[in-house]
Design a protein around this ligand. Structure first.
Ligand code: GUN
Length: 289
């Protein structure tokens, strides 16, 4: 079997153009959607992510404010800045790029963001809302994955869904969103005893471990839908340094029924869903949602 490719880049482009229309409508009503992106330090990967987020906003007609703070910024200074953004009525969404430098308490910083502006959906009250079945902001990556599954026509009710990875950013919220759609959900992680035993049962397999090409074809049920959240570099060999996912595409695409590529799969969807969340935040303030 050769798997069908789920094209995240194309779906993301459609979503961005819908958002551009909604942003134009709201702006015409006197409310220009606004996103603040806070980057502390100079991690090169984070700098690229943040630049892309700002560029996406520009293209969609969403105003963006980029705050680049030095690596040695104190916790108090960061909290003060977030407080200003919380109070700024022209800002509807606030995103603090993670990871933060080691001296900053990530949890404390996230909890200082006003929940109604937490477009990442990482605040404990948004995580709780998701868990209890009335989500306010769905974290962008798992939200994007759900949109891809929907667009690909994947039936989730009663399906065996296996999520590999238990992070607060992807694995846990992904599991909640799948559960919300009545899938039977298993979360696997680094201490799972026999990973393959679980992954081979999956009708829908979500790989979010952060390990280059660790999910191979022999771990996949024939015909399964495989979503690759990973964003890694091939560590060695002829393709060393090349971008790759958590799934070994070569072997997996021979077994799966449908699969997302890296790049061009989940990545562009994560970026698009940030625009969706920012738009929703602004529309709520405007009273149109
Ligand atoms: N770092 C890696 N992914 C994310 C994300 O989705 N949001 C934020 N704020 N930081 C990240």
């Amino acid at each position: 079997m050769t798997a069908r490719i789920i094209d995240g880049a194309a779906l993301a482009a459609r979503i961005r153009s819908e958002i551009a229309q909604r942003a134009a409508t709201l702006t015409a009503q006197g409310i220009r959607p606004g996103l603040a992106v806070v980057l502390v330090g100079d991690d090169p990967a984070s700098a690229v992510y943040v630049r892309n987020k700002v560029k996406d906003c520009e293209e969609a007609g969403i105003r963006s404010v980029l705050d680049r703070l030095p690596a040695q910024t104190s916790e108090q200074a960061l909290l003060t800045r977030i407080d200003e953004l919380n109070r700024d009525p022209s800002i509807h969404g606030i995103l603090v790029q993670l990871p933060l430098p080691g001296h900053l308490d990530e949890r404390l910083v996230i909890e200082s963001i006003a929940p109604e502006k937490d477009v990442d959906g990482f605040h404990v009250s948004n995580a709780g809302a998701l868990m209890t079945g009335s989500p306010r902001f769905r974290p962008c990556t798992p939200y994007g994955v759900m949109k891809m599954l929907e667009a690909a026509g994947v039936k989730l009710a009663g399906a065996e869904a296996v999520v590999v990875g238990r992070s607060n950013i992807v694995g846990k919220p992904q599991a909640m969103l799948l559960l919300q759609e009545s899938a039977t959900v298993t979360i696997c992680h680094s201490r799972t005893r026999d990973l393959t035993e679980h992954t081979r049962r999956a009708d829908v397999l979500i790989a979010a471990v952060g390990k280059a090409q660790m999910i191979t074809g022999d771990m996949i049920k024939p015909g399964a839908v495989v979503i690759d959240v990973g964003m890694n570099r091939i560590p060695a060999g002829p393709n060393a340094g090349k971008l790759c996912g958590d799934v070994d595409f070569e072997s997996a695409s021979k077994v799966a029924g449908a699969i997302t590529p890296v790049p061009g799969g989940v990545g562009p969807m994560t970026r698009a869903m940030l625009l969706v969340n920012t738009m929703e935040a602004a529309e709520r303030v405007a009273g149109v949602r």
